[in-house]
Design a protein around this ligand. Structure first.
Ligand code: IPT
Length: 973
């Protein structure tokens, strides 16, 4: 005998649901009445699915003592912790893998909302003249209207509609929705993100007048050879289609062909039209374009496109995946302003309004279905729902809900079956169905490396060398695959500091036709705003299973501030390349758009003398067609009188566009006119010598501790703890992902002890020849820098000299013992009194941070910043903030000139503190500003999920010499 109630069996039922209407095309508006049911709802939380009966759904139920939540929303992000907490796992299911069963502890939110029909709502005509639509509920909902059970559904990020006309009353309608956090559907929704239950997208009541539009399919193709578009709107309910601008007035189902401007992500030309049925007028936004697989390439309107894409999860640091229209628009504007041209809706169909924006502003969209079963990888994909016929109806239901909803968007150029779901018959069934329903769009799926079901060869996180092998057709693979283009649906893992190597990927994408670009992982950090921690990540809510800050791996910080990774990406993918021409005094400009010429841009040229800009002028650049380039003469450079001179050419929007104002910088380039003059050596031959006086040694304007050789002051500025430094607070990419096959240096650095190097003073030498060392003109300090327990070390010589005004420190480093790992960094560090440090001025790369393989966007110039503003606020603190190619820097009364140029970092805490911090709020500025002057840095790479830095960006220990000239700050520079 079973005592268990059967009322909740649907929760663990693999079928998609009961009672819902067939999926259909989505449109933003029509002249039919609608009523938003968003707002404040009553909420009662239970710990299990069956804790409460359905009495609450009956009219007259008194929910006066229930809590309230905002819909759309996730209950765990509301109520200040009273409604449970979010939980983050990457691919592990946060419950036992026992499909289709879910835990008995299954947080269940009963939602209640009473509503009246607004004035003017058409009088009930009897029958089904109203539809109740849910745009997204995680993960399973059962719905009652006015006490009648109308059904239940799964498929969290997909729409579900019910016919409710017969149940509606003019006033006092009771809508009851029981939402279960876990259901059989959860097995299909194992995306790498927070588990966030709730009614997180809109709830809407739609009037469906007699003769209203049903499903319809806008086919708007473009013949690039003829310049003509063909429009045909297939509609369940017949009617007429009008497009006034084109003079179109045809019956549904009837094709019409005429000259049009095509739609592309670069030129998002939309035509306003109307589908008029007997009972409804539906506005259409029509974009003519044809997507086809031709010559082994994905072509739009006859041209192969290069995807410069991002993977976008829906995210807001307070509202989770409940996105408001402004946030969606902000995402699109930020993408457009950063030269992004494509978005993969990882890993589920987005809020439908996002696709309207992509149509309008112009972005190529890979629309991905809400399917991921990644956790089954732990059991070698055994029992994977995508290869189990019992689940196929649910998979097909999801495919249909996506395709039917989104098929009328010109921006959607590919359908994606889902993510990380293994391979199996269910996926094949999805692909077959999609191919037959919409033959005009290619199908994407990464998990199928043989491309049985797909029309592009998609991979994630391939190393550069592997990408090149595929590009050259050397990777083998199935017959079908060999004829398909490669798209990296994920690459360049933007977790923490990074991703590195973007420019090197882009160079490959541009070089080989078979490579059609990729999508950086990912758009935004999913940090959750937290009162004590700043932004919370996995584990911060006490989850028993979690993946820490792996959820913070975006190009935007959680508050949508662009991270240096996005600035770098913008530069790397800029649609105009500006570089030194072959002839002296010229610049080569190349149009790298796929469709647009350069007529929307204007160009300026300026020259910089020692980094200081001397006037900017317009530069006449012809309106080059895509792929064309021209060499343009630069204006005459000013006479630098021995100083370093370079030019900067910028491509700016000539006019305001929908996504950025006139003058917005799209691309830029720099080149040298004259190179940096030699740094004056301070000391040798000047006659200034170190003078010992008790415990002190004086050398020109510097003083030292006579016993240790440690510098104490330079030009009257107290200098603390100056010494060689090789450690950096490891980045997420240094630490690497456990599954990444290459050597991960972060853990090896720590194992070797590079974070606890000891400095043994070998000798402090001031004498001339015969006094045991030194040349009489210099203070020479010899040390050995090494970790406890190991033989590896660095022999370091600090050679101080002065001409009476300047003080030069020449450092030479000789590795000892066998080094089997590269160094994190190589340079010196020292402390300055924070109370007098003031702002930092420098001539070198800026304004933002750069590392060896993230330095494309580092622009040579003069920059100034306060020390706190030099920090990059990675959600999990780690090495950050280095400025590249620094000629000189000034701070705290010191001027430091490097020979050669150096990496400059200044922070209000030590690297050790930075290393120990888990959240930004752990970092508290101290009394000392710590300055690193690095001769070299190890690259960044992408190993938090993908490959490490390319070999040329690794910093292997070897003999090194570098020097710095210190003097009092000049004030004006
Ligand atoms: C890949 C996933 O597709 C994506 O959702 C995300 O988890 C990303 O990794 C890492 O942030 S899968 C990985 C095993 C390559």
């Amino acid at each position: 005998m079973s005592l268990r109630t059967t009322a909740t069996d649907y929760v663990e039922d693999v079928s998609p649901g009961r009672g819902t209407l067939p999926p259909r095309a989505r449109y933003a508006s029509s002249d039919a009445a609608s009523l938003s049911l968003n707002g404040r709802w009553r909420l009662r939380l239970s710990a299990t699915a069956d804790a409460e009966d359905d009495a609450f759904a009956a009219p007259g139920y008194d929910a006066g003592d229930w809590a309230e939540v905002t819909v759309p929303g996730h209950w765990v992000l509301q109520g200040d912790g009273a409604f449970g907490a979010p939980a983050y796992t990457n691919h592990l299911y946060p419950f036992p893998v026992d499909p289709p069963y879910v835990p008995t502890e299954n947080p269940t939110g009963d939602h209640l909302r009473v509503f009246d029909l607004p004035e003017g709502w058409p009088a009930p005509a009897g029958g089904d003249d109203a539809v109740l639509r849910f745009d997204g509920v995680e993960s399973c909902a059962r719905v009652w209207l006015n006490g009648t059970d109308i059904g239940e559904f799964k498929g969290s990020r997909l729409p579900h509609e019910f016919a409710v006309g017969a149940l509606l009353k003019p006033a006092g309608n009771v809508l009851a929705v029981r939402v279960h956090q876990w259901s059989a559907g959860s097995y299909l929704e194992d995306q790498d993100q927070w588990w966030l239950p709730g009614i997180f997208r809109d709830v809407t009541l739609l009037h469906r007048p007699a003769g209203c539009a049903g499903d319809f399919f806008v086919h708007a193709s473009y013949g690039h050879a003829t310049g003509e578009g063909t429009l045909r709107v297939d509609s369940e309910t017949g009617g007429r289609v009008t497009v006034p601008e084109l003079g179109i007035d045809v019956a549904t189902g009837e094709p019409v062909t005429l000259p049009v401007d095509p739609w592309s992500a670069e030129t998002p030309r939309l035509y306003d039209g109307v589908l008029a049925t007997a009972g409804e007028r539906v506005p259409l936004r029509i974009g003519f374009r044809t997507v086809a697989l031709e010559d082994g390439l994905v072509k739009v309107n006859g041209k192969a496109v290069l995807f410069k894409g991002v993977n976008r999860h829906e995210w807001h640091p307070e509202r989770g995946r409940a996105l408001d229209p402004d946030t969606m628009r902000e995402d699109v504007l930020l993408m457009k302003r950063h030269n992004v041209n494509a978005v993969r809706t990882s890993h589920y169909p987005p809020h439908p309004a996002f696709l309207d924006l992509c149509d309008e502003y112009g972005l190529w969209v890979v629309d991905e279905c809400d399917v991921e079963t990644h956790g089954f990888v732990e059991q070698d994909w055994r029992d994977n729902p995508t290869d189990d016929d019992r689940w196929t109806p649910a998979l097909l239901d999801r495919a249909a809900r996506m395709v039917e909803r989104d098929k009328n968007h010109p921006s959607v150029v590919m359908w994606s079956l889902g993510n990380e779901a293994g391979t199996g018959r269910g996926l094949t069934a999805m692909a077959d169905w999609i191919h037959s329903r919409d033959p005009a769009r290619p199908v994407h799926y990464e998990g199928d490396h043989d491309c049985r079901d797909t029309d592009v060869y998609s991979r994630m996180y391939l190393p550069h060398a592997e990408v090149e092998r595929v590009a050259r057709g050397l990777d083998g693979g199935s017959r079908r695959r060999r004829d398909l283009p490669l798209v990296l649906c994920e690459y360049a893992h933007a977790m923490g500091n990074g991703p590195g190597g973007l420019a090197d990927y882009q160079a490959l994408f541009e070089r080989y036709d078979r490579l059609q670009g990729g999508f950086v992982w990912e758009w935004i950090d999913h940090g959750i705003r937290h009162p004590e921690l700043g932004y919370a990540y996995g584990g911060d809510f006490g989850e028993e299973l979690h993946d820490g800050n792996f959820v913070c791996d975006g190009l935007l910080f959680p508050d949508r501030t662009p991270s240096p990774g996005l600035i770098e990406y913008k530069k790397v993918i800029e649609p105009v390349r500006i570089e030194a021409g072959d002839a002296a005094g010229t610049v080569r400009v190349t149009n790298r758009y796929d469709f647009a010429d350069l007529s929307a841009l204007e160009f300026t040229c300026s020259h910089q003398v020692d980094g200081r800009t001397a006037g900017a002028r317009r530069l006449a650049v012809p309106p080059l067609a895509p792929g064309e380039s021209a060499e343009v003469e630069l204006p005459e450079a000013p006479d630098g009188e021995g100083a370093e001179v370079h030019w900067t050419v910028r491509a700016l929007l000539a006019d305001t566009t929908p996504w950025a104002g006139a003058g917005h910088e799209v691309a830029w380039g720099q080149g040298a006119v004259t190179h940096r003059p030699a740094v004056p050596a301070a000391g040798p031959g000047s006659g200034v010598r170190p003078v010992a006086d008790g415990g002190r040694i004086t050398l020109g304007p510097a003083s030292f501790d006579a016993r240790t050789g440690a510098v104490r002051t330079i030009a009257g500025v107290a200098v603390e703890g100056l010494r060689l430094d090789v450690w950096r607070a490891t980045t997420d990419n240094d630490d690497g992902a456990p599954w990444q096959p290459d050597t991960r240096y972060g853990p090896l650095w720590r194992e070797l002890g590079l974070h606890r190097m000891r400095h043994r003073t070998v000798a402090v030498e001031t004498g001339g020849a015969g006094s045991g060392g030194g040349d009489g003109e210099a203070l020479v300090v010899r040390t050995r820098v090494a970790p406890a327990g190991r033989e590896q070390g660095l022999g370091v010589t600090y050679r101080w000299s002065s001409d009476g005004t300047l003080v030069q420190l020449a450092v030479s480093v000789v590795p000892e013992g066998g080094w089997t790992v590269p160094l994190p960094r190589l340079g010196i560090r020292f402390g300055l009194d924070a109370s007098v440090t003031g702002s930092v001025r420098w001539f070198g790369g800026g304004p933002g941070e750069a590392y060896p393989d993230t330095s494309a966007a580092s622009r040579l110039g003069r920059w100034e910043a306060e020390v706190p503003d030099l920090q990059t606020p990675y959600v999990r603190p780690q090495e950050n903030g280095a400025r590249a190619d620094v000629r000189w820097a000034e701070l705290g009364g010191l001027r430091i000139e490097g020979d050669p140029v150096f990496w400059f970092t200044a922070r209000p805490w030590t690297s050790e503190r930075l290393d120990a911090a888990r959240h930004l709020t752990d970092l508290v500025p101290g009394d000392t500003v710590w300055v690193n002057l690095d001769h070299a840095q190890h690259g960044i790479g992408s190993q938090s999920c993908g490959p490490g830095p390319l070999p040329r960006y690794e910093l292997w220990a070897g003999p090194a010499e570098f020097s710095f000239v210190f003097s009092g700050q000049r004030g004006s520079g």
